[in-house]
Design a protein around this ligand. Structure first.
Ligand SMILES: Cc1cc2nc3c(=O)[nH]c(=O)nc-3n(C[C@H](O)[C@H](O)[C@H](O)COP(=O)(O)OP(=O)(O)OC[C@H]3O[C@@H](n4cnc5c(N)ncnc54)[C@H](O)[C@@H]3O)c2cc1C
Ligand code: SF4
Ligand code: SF4
Ligand code: SF4
Length: 366
């Protein structure tokens, strides 16, 4: 039976751990304290004697290939980038949500819609908890969901006081525990592709509380980035801006930095490899291939969100929100736009897979 000891060898030591916290959250001995996370989110043995060597942490880790076939089956995954029922572009009907949103505010509008209609009791989202830091949160009110919108960093508090590894990564899977403790049975999960994959894996393993996640809303993901001081300084000089002037950050084909004087700085993603989290360089999933619905900005006009509907459940919630909470882009003038958007996503997805493969090959060759 492989245990956490093997996770250390196979995942942590080669640098593949992306700090999702799944192993700690689902450790059979969590209540006794066998595992814990350190300040940087890295799991470790808190007390090895309390490990009952059940192997769950090993099987659950998204970096371990075990159960790939079963996991794919649960999500209805098909090559090359998951199941696709429809591609479209939309934005929140509520202008306040639209303004707060990263792209068209669709994820937030959809969550508010599901909550208002009584389809969910809450949603696992992430909230800005400090400059350059987002933390996972189980939102159970409209306001909490709206507060979690966006993907920008607030540097207004100054950036000096936090002894934290500043990163865009938010270990949302760790919110499964509060969800269980509160007894919530109908929850939506918003997450990056790796987090959605962890969910599908525990679903395939039949582990409680995966059955409480009713909707998985995946984000497209080029990677998560470290925003410690050296990275921030380098980025400032690359982009020719000052952090105190930044009002919004977004990622599409490029890193997009909006300044308070209306200027927009676009920095190529290839130029910011230096600040990408190491584990993200090995990740093959760009478009949240295992989600019910996937969301990104790429391909859509400014202020609109690209939506890839993947499962019948996903299709149903988008259909229900259409016209009530979501405005669908008018494709009459460009009927071929959805196909063009999908083509773009496919290209970026293929590029990410090729890069990840190259990195894995190099690791094997070491
Ligand atoms: C790390 C990261 C990388 C991304 N890379 C790309 C990319 O390369 N190309 C692209 O087209 N789109 C990318 N996206 C997706 C894009 O930024 C938007 O999230 C998506 O288009 C939805 O926009 P929206 O306005 O509808 O969402 P909103 O209504 O703004 O809602 C966004 C939701 O995402 C949650 N969220 C914010 N940050 C994180 C985080 N770090 N981890 C987990 N959840 C988070 C928020 O809590 C909120 O619920 C990325 C997102 C993230 C978080
Ligand atoms: S008790 Fe099980 S899940 Fe926890 S560390 Fe040991 S092997 Fe892993
Ligand atoms: S489950 Fe997540 S936190 Fe644990 S070793 Fe795997 S990637 Fe790292
Ligand atoms: S690049 Fe992959 S591992 Fe990194 S945050 Fe995105 S989905 Fe997770």
């Amino acid at each position: 039976m492989k245990t956490f000891e093997d996770l250390i060898k196979e995942v942590q030591t080669p640098g593949l751990c992306h700090h999702c916290g799944g192993c700690v959250t689902f450790c059979t001995s969590i209540n006794y304290g066998a595992l814990a996370l350190d300040d940087t989110g890295m799991p470790h043995y808190a007390d090895k004697e309390k490990c009952i060597e059940c192997g769950l942490c090993y099987s659950i880790c998204p970096e371990i290939d075990e159960m790939q076939e079963e996991t794919r089956k649960v999500a209805g995954w098909v090559p090359p980038m998951g199941n696709i029922l429809e591609t479209t572009s939309a934005r929140a009907l509520d202008p306040m949500i639209r303004n707060k949103g990263t792209d068209g505010g669709v994820v937030t509008a959809l969550l508010v819609h599901l909550l208002d209609k009584g389809h969910i009791d809450g949603a696992i989202v992430t909230k800005q908890t400090g400059p350059f830091i987002r933390d996972p949160m189980l939102a159970t009110t409209r306001q909490e969901i709206i507060d979690s919108a966006g993907f920008y960093f607030d540097s207004s508090h100054g950036v000096k006081h936090f002894g934290h590894d500043y990163s865009t990564y938010s270990p949302s899977v760790q919110e499964f525990r509060p969800m269980m403790q509160k007894g919530l049975r109908r929850v939506a999960l918003v997450g990056t592709p790796c987090q959605i994959q962890t969910l599908r894996k525990i679903e395939a393993m039949g582990i409680v509380p995966s059955d409480s996640i009713k909707y998985s809303l995946g984000l497209f993901c080029s990677g998560n980035f470290i925003f410690d001081e050296p990275e921030r300084k380098k980025l400032e000089s690359l982009g020719g801006f000052k952090w105190e002037d930044v009002i919004k950050v977004n990622i599409k084909e490029e890193l997009i930095i909006r300044l308070n004087n209306g200027t927009v700085k676009n920095i190529g993603l290839d130029k910011i490899e230096f600040m990408k989290r190491y584990a993200c360089k090995y990740c093959p999933d760009y478009s949240s291939e295992y989600a019910d619905v996937s969301f990104g900005g790429i391909g859509s006009d400014e202020g609109w969100t690209t939506i890839i509907t993947r499962s019948p459940t996903g299709r149903a919630i988008i259909a229900d929100a259409k016209g009530q909470s979501l405005e669908i882009y008018d494709f009459q003038k460009q009927p071929d736009l959805p196909a063009k958007i999908l083509d773009k996503v496919k290209k970026v997805s293929a590029k990410k897979k090729a890069y990840s493969q190259k990195m894995h090959d190099a690791l094997v060759g070491q």
